[in-house]
Design a protein around this ligand. Structure first.
Ligand SMILES: Nc1ncnc2c1ncn2[C@@H]1O[C@H](COP(=O)(O)OP(=O)(O)OP(=O)(O)O)[C@@H](O)[C@H]1O
Length: 651
């Protein structure tokens, strides 16, 4: 009745009335917002004004669109203002727009977007080798989607739809296995990228962080990639088909659906299928993580033995195991979905077909919502960005040298070396140090704690580069030697020996696994380790525990010492090796390492007089450069000690 009464007035200019009304309403709202003292503060904020805009103009825009398309708009004009329809939809739209639109409009996220795009590009690069598989999957999706179309009433497609579950299962299988493969390669890439960084990088980085980047983050990235990609494929194909079908049915309905996308966006939070990894997969993944953690926490040892390749290989093997378990999981998953869908389909097929026509619109719109959510909102591969930060990072190491002479004397010269750690730029450690290591002779390096003795060893191992001065090996700059060659020639037994969670045998041979057992026994016997290793429960096969935690400090030192001669180095560095050993063991170790049978250059860092007296030369390190004589140092230390004692007595 109301419509009939009012229509003669409004009909001639319905759009003007509509827009006029909306503008009036907006004006009134604005007026009240800014003048009425009781109006809530949020109403005058950006979000408040935006909400008001949506409330006032959503309806006129929709109706104008219909009008542009030459449709009758009278029904909508009035229908919209009824309580049952229009306002409810507008409220949902308002909720949606206030929640999502401000962030879409106002976020100046140029920089991260660029990064995300680049990372996505790289991720896509990893998928390239599998393009044929993806092509097959896509075709299968097309087939199975066709099977679900209403045209399936026609005979040919009904037959196809009968097989659509099998098609789905095959599709799932190929897809999941491919994604597992991609996951494995991303993880491997992450690991290799961290491994290639220079030692100074590890001084700053947190081990836990590194490990979680290459494990959890790669996991999240590939899971997210897998999920989004499957959503994209399924929904893109399905939505296209549904939309074509809907357009056929009614283009008006389609337009309304398209306009409803933002509203529907709020409703479904389709998280995609969550693939539950079985206990086995978890375990094997944890084992792979262990290799990564262990390698990263023992980076100096790995570098020192130039065994990056060995570690890469070990990690690759663990990942292969995870991959094959993942494959089994994928097969099981595909099989279970197939059987589930089969049993379901027996019960539901009839009702499903009948129901389909009725629920088409709803189903279509939900799918469209997912698609939009995918394309516009969910493409946030933030963890991928982090992984690719490592991949892209260029390690700060000079290009590798080329020298690898057949015969090396082992003559080392430090010439006016100045060095500061990059983490403590205001505290120089070496301030113009010069020293020599002569072939066949023992040079002792002594000095107070923190004087920079171990730093000299790190420089000799090329972990860091001096800022000034140079280090020569047989007259050639250290940098001109090949990395592997250099580390084969230098054996370092460090202050804190690091053992791997492997057997005693593997630890002694590390990384020269091709050394014979005979050579290993000889090396162990030389430093008196053979007896205690043989007495262990499984002899040389006994696990040393994480970081050698299952053997004593002294035993650990013995095993580490036995490692040194096995490679027959030209330069042997003993960094306070005997501090953990009793006098007898110390004697044996020195006998083992400092005998004449292997006339290499020896750098001996020690505190005890009994050790230092074996040296041919003694270099005293004081405040980062060569200090006075050893006798002065001993005298000073003794005086200091006596004075302290005296003071205590006086007290
Ligand atoms: N990775 C690092 N980053 C920053 N500073 C370091 C690093 N390693 C050592 N330093 C610092 O450099 C100085 C020299 O350390 P270094 O380990 O060479 O001493 P040292 O003479 O071997 O001592 P000690 O006899 O106790 O082993 C110390 O002040 C130490 O704190």
């Amino acid at each position: 009745v109301r419509l009939a009464q009012l229509s003669p007035l409004l009909l001639p200019h319905p759009l003007i009335t509509l827009w006029g009304g909306s503008l009036l309403r907006a004006g009134l709202h604005l007026f009240l917002t800014f003048t009425f003292p009781g109006s809530p503060l949020w109403m005058s904020s950006f979000e408040g004004l935006q909400s008001m805009g949506v409330l006032c103009f959503h309806c006129p825009i929709y109706i104008s669109l219909l009008w542009v398309c030459g449709q009758s708009i009278l029904g909508q004009l009035w229908g919209w203002h009824s309580w049952q329809g229009g306002y409810c939809i507008t409220v949902v739209a308002w909720l949606y727009w206030t929640r999502y639109v401000p962030s879409l409009l106002t976020k100046p996220t140029k920089e991260p977007q660029k990064k995300t795009g680049a990372s996505l590009e790289k991720l896509m690069g990893y998928m390239k080798p599998y393009i044929i598989r993806f092509g097959v999957v896509l075709s299968l999706v097309v087939i199975s989607s066709l099977g679900e179309m209403p045209e399936a009433f026609t005979y040919a497609i009904t037959v196809m739809s009968d097989y659509s579950h099998e098609v789905c299962a095959v599709c799932d299988l190929i897809y999941n296995i491919t994604m597992c493969r991609i996951h494995t390669s991303i993880q491997r890439l992450g690991f290799q990228s961290v491994l290639k960084q220079e030692i100074a990088f590890f001084d700053k980085a947190q081990t836990g962080d590194l490990v979680s980047r290459i494990t959890t983050d790669t996991n999240n990235t590939s899971e997210s990639l897998s999920e989004k990609l499957s959503l994209l494929m399924w929904y893109f194909i399905r939505v296209t088909f549904h939309f074509i079908f809907m357009l056929n049915l009614s283009w008006k309905l389609s337009l309304f659906t398209a306009m409803g996308l933002p509203i529907i966006w709020v409703i479904p939070k389709i998280s995609g299928k969550r693939y539950q990894l079985g206990a086995k997969v978890q375990k094997s993944l944890a084992q792979a993580n262990d290799v990564a953690t262990e390698t990263f926490t023992s980076m100096k040892t790995v570098h020192s033995f130039a065994n990056k390749e060995g570690e890469k290989e070990r990690y690759r093997k663990r990942l292969e195991k995870t991959y094959s378990l993942n494959k089994e999981e994928a097969v099981a998953y595909a099989a279970s979905t197939w059987t589930n869908s089969l049993s379901l389909s027996f019960n539901c097929k009839r009702s499903h077909i009948l129901y389909y026509g009725g629920s088409l619109v709803t189903e279509g719109t939900v799918s469209s919502g997912d698609l939009v959510a995918f394309v516009l909102y969910e493409l946030q591969f933030s963890s991928a960005v982090e992984i690719f930060e490592y991949v892209d990072r260029q390690p700060h190491v000079p290009p590798e040298g080329t020298l690898a002479p057949q015969k090396l004397e082992g003559y080392v010269q430090f010439k006016n070396v100045i060095f500061t750690y990059s983490t403590r730029e205001d505290t120089p450690v070496l301030k113009g140090l010069s020293l020599e290591l002569r072939p066949g002779q023992i040079t002792a390096l002594v000095g107070a704690s923190g004087a920079g003795k171990s730093t000299c060893v790190s420089l000799l191992e090329r972990f860091y580069l001096p800022q000034e001065g140079e280090i020569l090996l047989d007259g050639q700059p250290l940098n001109s030697y090949k990395n592997q060659y250099l580390h084969d020639q230098i054996s370092v037994v460090s202050q804190e020996p690091v053992l791997f969670a492997r057997s005693g045998k593997e630890n002694i041979k590390y990384p020269a696994y091709d050394a014979t057992d005979e050579e290993m026994y000889q090396a162990a016997e030389l430093d008196n380790a053979h007896k205690f290793i043989s007495d262990l429960p499984n002899g040389y096969d006994t696990d040393a525990g994480e970081k050698g935690g299952q053997v004593s400090g002294g035993q650990k030192q013995h095993i580490a010492v036995a490692r040194a001669p096995i490679r027959q180095p030209r330069i042997l560095v003993l960094d306070d090796v005997t501090s953990n050993l009793d006098t007898e063991s110390e004697h044996l170790v020195h006998q083992a390492l400092l005998n004449d049978s292997n006339p290499c250059s020896v750098l001996l860092i020690a505190h005890k007089l009994s050790t230092v007296e074996k040296a041919n030369h003694i270099v005293v390190l004081e405040e980062g450069k060569k200090g006075g004589t050893y006798a002065d140092l001993v005298n000073r230390q003794n005086t200091g000690f006596q004075r302290k004692e005296g003071e205590e007595l006086n007290n």
